[in-house]
Write a new protein. Sequence first.
Length: 131
Amino acid sequence: MSTGLQVHIAAYACGTVVTVAGELDLPAAPELREALLPLVRTRGLLILDMAGVPFIDGACVGILVGMHRRLADTGQRLVLANVHGIVSRVLDLAEVTNLVATHQREPGGAIAPWAAPAASAREVLEALGIE
């Protein structure tokens, strides 16, 4: 069954960027999990670009928290970028933003500092306003 979820994975100097588009709901949860789990072994940041995500539910919130924990166990870091709208509200209410580094997008513009040539993890985090 196709959920309409689109996942694109690309390597950059700072780490791996997963661009996600579509609703992150219960039907999409297995597909999201399958895309993310192999990335626990990557080096550098694991950035989820969520500019194309209009909705998230508890099933996918749980996957993000699980990925955060798996990455933390290996010394890696999960970053949620370009979070907006109801997704931002759900992540705030679930207190995910207290656990996972999150860049809240301003209305009208997503940013992609990882695309700059040879941008380091530190430079990307600074551009996203994350310490």
